[in-house]
Write a protein that binds this ligand. Structure first.
Ligand SMILES: Cc1ncc(COP(=O)(O)O)c(C=O)c1O
Length: 483
């Protein structure tokens, strides 16, 4: 399909909105994306035509709702090359990560174990591990980033030939110090929500497995921009959110390898996650029930019920699910697939390069992280050497759908003399929506040595014209506040 940004924009009603007399330039896609007509319609249709609870009813509405809900699961599964049983619907990435921490983590992390994360993690991929480590007497360690905002310099900038070995010592050592215990889990983001850095996860997963660790990939930022093939990657757990992928809020995905999910205890307990309950009713006389109702303590030794957990994936989906939003999320993925992830990626890489060029031309700008978009070895034959700066993109995929881009469509920067919040406020006067603050990544900002950054992040509907407006807005802010 030919990529046509004008026709894509027409499908997003909100992009016609004017704020402060200006048409909206929405550059905050890393927070959440806007929703196309088709996703909004899917929500409306559910409530107007087949609103019913799923998996339980035998009436037509319930059957239709169940069919569409499970069809959405199949769509999500196919999108990342997983089996439908390996796709658990949660509320968001945060809940998906917490699910793993509560269930797999509590069952597998022991005193003295090491959970390894990185300095570029969103708090959602740090705090659940910090809590788990505290509870279990384990240690949470963080891999440092370089000044270019990358983790493993020899793998990313520049890539030296195929299959550069990622030293196992990275997993066994931190800052030259040998870890006392074993790394049981590596929790790592695929794409930084601040710097846009894309970590070479295929190689990292390989090395994590060699070191005997399981790996959780936080794909909240990458899922709408890069291809993810969980089988080719051999990922253990992958978490992402619908709302960052043109789908509704309130839906997250946890992919887990079947054998891991099967071995894990449930997360939430209640309806739908249990297949059968053997009630030991003979142990209960009415008197006992009365004592229970009066708040008396349950006698020890009595096991009231023996549950048999439901099959995957429902074992992890207790209670009534977010049916409408899951169905609409399925539509969002079909929409991405029809436009084509590679087309989207190419467009967003062009926008990122353009923004880098325009922002770099401004006075007093600091852009954080690496500015290399594409590894040198993947440049087209005969392409001029770029020294890692704003290279033309040839975002080819490696084997198994692994993406070799180095940079996603996210840029964090500061303008000398202007606080990021002030910049965002002035830009809002011109209806240019950007994000300012620490973006739930305080350790990363500590590593960068700044309390806050301004962040722009692009989606499939953004244009170079909007970047021009951003640059003009920054110039206005400079005139007002800095120069
Ligand atoms: C890298 C990353 N991880 C996790 C999250 C949390 O996502 P959610 O708020 O959908 O749970 C975000 C949100 O911005 C993110 O950028």
């Amino acid at each position: 399909m030919r990529f046509n940004v004008a026709s894509i924009r027409k499908q997003f009603p909100i992009l016609r909105r004017k704020i402060n007399g200006h048409v909206l330039a929405y550059l905050d896609n890393a927070s959440t994306t806007q929703k196309p007509e088709r996703v909004i319609r899917a929500l409306k249709q559910y409530y107007e035509r087949y609103n019913a609870n799923i998996h339980r009813g035998i009436h037509t509405l319930s059957e239709e709702a169940t069919e569409k809900y499970e069809a959405a699961r199949k769509t999500v599964a196919a999108f990342i090359n997983a089996e439908p049983e390996e796709i658990i619907f949660t509320r968001n990435t945060t809940e998906s990560i917490n699910l793993v921490a509560y269930t797999w983590g509590r069952a597998n992390i022991k005193k003295g174990d090491i959970i390894l994360a990185t300095e570029m993690e969103h708090h959602s991929n740090l705090l659940p591990w910090q809590a788990l480590a505290k509870e279990k007497g384990a240690e949470l360690r963080m891999m440092k980033i370089t000044k270019d905002g990358v983790l493993i310099p020899h793998l990313t900038s520049p890539l030296k030939g195929e299959g550069s070995p990622l030293s196992l010592s990275l997993l066994r050592r931190g800052q030259g110090e040998v870890f006392a215990g074993y790394v049981k889990l590596l929790a790592i983001t695929h794409m930084s929500n601040v710097l846009g850095t894309i970590n070479p996860i295929k190689e990292i997963i390989k090395q994590a497995h060699k070191a005997g660790a399981k790996i959780l990939i936080d794909a909240a930022q990458s899922a709408a921009h890069t291809s993810l093939d969980v089988k080719a990657l051999d990922a253990d757990f992958v978490a992402f959110s619908s709302h960052k992928m043109y789908g509704p809020t309130g839906v997250g995905v946890l992919y887990g390898k079947r054998e891991l999910l099967e071995a894990m205890p449930p997360f939430l307990y209640g309806g739908d996650m249990v297949k059968a309950i053997e009630a030991k009713s003979d142990r209960y006389d009415t008197c006992h029930v009365r004592r229970l109702m009066a708040g008396a303590r349950i006698m020890t030794g009595i096991i009231p019920v023996i549950p048999v957990w439901n099959d995957l994936p429902w074992k992890f989906e207790a209670g009534t699910s977010n049916i409408a939003d899951v169905i609409a999320f399925g539509e969002a993925i079909k929409f991405i697939q029809e436009i084509g992830l590679e087309n989207i990626q190419k467009h967003e890489a062009e926008l990122t390069e353009y923004a880098l060029e325009k922002l770099n031309a401004l006075r007093g700008i600091t852009i954080y992280g690496s500015q290399a978009i594409t590894p040198p070895r993947l440049q087209a034959p005969g392409a001029p050497a770029t020294g890692g700066q704003a290279a033309p993109s040839y975002n080819k995929r490696g084997q198994g759908g692994v993406n070799f881009s180095l940079h996603g469509p996210i840029l964090a920067f500061n303008v000398k003399g202007i606080h990021a919040h002030d910049l965002a406020t002035i830009l809002n006067d011109y209806s240019i929506a950007i994000r300012s603050g620490h973006h739930c990544a305080i350790p990363l900002h500590q590593a960068l040595g700044v309390p806050a950054t301004a962040r722009v992040s692009f989606g499939m509907y953004n244009t170079k014209g909007e970047i021009d407006r951003l640059v003009e807005g920054i110039k206005v802010a400079q005139k007002l506040l800095a120069y």
